[in-house]
Design a protein around this ligand. Sequence first.
Ligand code: ATR
Length: 280
Amino acid sequence: MKQVFAVFGDPVSHSLSPAMHNAAFSALGMDCVYHAFRVRPEKLENAVLGAEAMGFGGLNLTVPLKEKALKLDFIKPDPLAKKIGAVNTIVFGKDGEIRGYNTDGPGARQALLDTSVEIMGSRIVVAGAGGAARALTFQLAADGADITVVNRTEERAVELAKEISAAALPGKIRATGLSGLKGLLRDADVLINTTTLGMYPNTDAAIATAEELHSGLIVFDIVYNPLETRLLREAKATGAKTISGVLMLVYQGAEAFRIWTGVEPPVELMKKTVLEALQA
Ligand code: ATR
């Protein structure tokens, strides 16, 4: 009998995770299937316990359930997920324990490592202070980066920086409003956009333009719809290296796959599957 894996979210119908994981299961000859289920926040408890009762192999959680999962005391978060305050991967342990992980941070880290970024000591500007920024900055601070969080609502950036400082991670952390961005970029090694600027349908927007970027920068946009955002076009125009949000999507999925199965997933196939789905 096939083992079932799933993503729970609301909305969830556009999730690329089923295509990505089913391609991986099929290529590895694993008798598993991955489905998307629309689950409302107030039904999350029932849905997770139901999945466990039915012997599901593991779960992903997406908007708006990632933060909610930490409020369910039967889900034991790992230390990083607990600090981030969000769970995107659930494992049903053989010991009966239900464990929660956050693979968004590791996914972003792997996307940077792919482009040969030495995270330790790198001056990284993170634009945005929402859920994605939280996952990413906790991970990068744990890896020793020198981070400045820049956000339209400055207090939100300050709050995130405070939490990261309190976690006593090896990296450095500062916060500022958007007006500080231009000056910071001159001396930065990496710019990561976690804001929704540039995301469909606002494809003309970008957190920075070519004049504010430089050829020594690595520009990583976690937005993957469109595949090439205006920010990445502006970055290319200056000769900067770019990293597509597709990589973070694929690597967070690959990390979840490892956690559930202990098997190394076919990452290139997962990437190809996601790119094909986005171009369809
Ligand atoms: P997610 O969980 O996906 O990170 P989010 O929590 O809604 O999403 O965060 C969206 C981020 O995009 C926030 O940092 C938001 O800035 P505010 O905290 O000031 O709202 C940022 N953002 C959205 N629209 C923006 C815009 N037009 N200009 C600048 N930043 C914007």
